[in-house]
Design a protein around this ligand. Structure first.
Ligand code: ATP
Length: 308
């Protein structure tokens, strides 16, 4: 049986009177790319800091690689790579020299030159190792941060918004690097991001945190299945159009969004018949489209539900 990589049970963190994490139960299995989604201040960084031992839980327990005792947990943390805040870089030193500094800081026992060549290669910076980091672009600095997180050859990577501020090609580059780490090195990843379209391309599982509570965990496959493909209709008179469709097509679930758009589950709905009914009844249509399931819609629906 594969040991769980990370588990939280009843994890709670209070800062004074504010609850940053409330009774979190969460599991990350080997090979997962766990996409952590939540609004600003939801508690994502706090949870990552608890994993890193930078923040102590008020209540509850965590385990890493099945280890939860304080001493074992600290030992297990040596097999985790963290990119929670951008590590400090000496701008006048090149990337290799910065990495030597971190090898010494982390007490890396392996031959430093070999480790450094390996991590630079893993983040596609082999050709820029001798370049001063003051000349690095933001994307290169982010990748160097990732290289630092890889120095201890981790089995588990914890990445807090690693694609924040990157341009589209930088984002794609990081995605490829992470996919490669999972596939070729068997690394498991916990990653937070507000760029949901990108997270959807990468993650195999999602956890949604809202006001410190983990309100839902779902696999990428379940997300695709559970989120309906919808027919969306824009019309000046959505209430009348919805009433007509409900009656003519015996539709059970038809909603009008806050923006005044009619949404109908595509399954079992005859699109041609629907359009001809609206035309016959003289309903003016400004637009009609089919929305495929996506993480952003799923998240907005979930948060809408959680807020109501
Ligand atoms: N050191 C601290 N002292 C007091 N409150 C804190 C501290 N760190 C975080 N908080 C509070 O805990 C809550 C969770 O913050 P956290 O940084 O974990 O959220 P987040 O989901 O990572 O947000 P973001 O997406 O903005 O990074 C917030 O209300 C925040 O203000």
């Amino acid at each position: 049986m594969n040991t769980t990589i990370f588990e939280a049970k009843g994890l709670t963190k209070r800062y004074g009177s504010s609850l940053a994490l409330q009774d979190i139960n969460m599991t990350i299995d080997p090979g997962d790319i766990y996409g952590f989604v939540g609004e600003n201040g939801a508690g994502k960084t706090t949870l990552m800091k608890v994993i890193g031992g930078l923040v102590h839980p008020t209540d509850g327990k965590i385990s890493l690689f099945g280890k939860s005792d304080k001493k074992d947990l600290n030992y297990a943390r040596r097999q985790v790579g963290f990119l929670i805040e951008m590590p400090a870089l000496y701008p006048h030193l090149n990337a290799e020299e910065n990495l030597i500094f971190y090898c010494r800081t982390y007490g890396i026992k392996d031959d430093h030159r070999i480790r450094i060549a390996d991590v630079l290669q893993a983040v596609s910076l082999s050709d820029s190792g001798s370049k001063k980091t003051s000349d690095y672009s933001l994307g290169m600095r982010q990748r160097l941060g990732l290289a630092i997180a890889l120095l201890n050859n981790p089995k588990f990577l914890v990445l807090d918004e690693p694609i924040n501020g990157l341009d589209p090609s930088g984002i794609v580059e990081v995605r490829k690097i992470l996919e490669h780490l999972v596939k070729e090195r068997g690394v498991t990843i916990l990653i937070s991001s507000h760029i949901l379209n990108e997270l959807q391309l990468l993650a195999t599982k999602f956890g949604f945190i809202h006001h410190g509570r983990l309100i839902k965990e779902i696999s990428a496959a379940e997300l695709l299945k559970s989120a309906e493909t919808r027919i969306c209709i824009q019309t000046p008179n959505p209430a009348l159009a919805a009433q007509i469709l409900k009656y003519e097509l015996q539709l059970e679930s038809i909603v009008i969004t806050e923006a005044g758009e009619i949404q109908i589950p595509k399954e079992n709905t005859d699109l041609e018949k629907l359009m001809s009914i609206l035309l016959q009844k003289g309903i003016q249509m400004e637009g009609i489209n089919v929305s495929t399931p996506n993480l952003e819609n799923y998240y907005m629906d979930l948060i809408g539900g959680a807020n109501s």
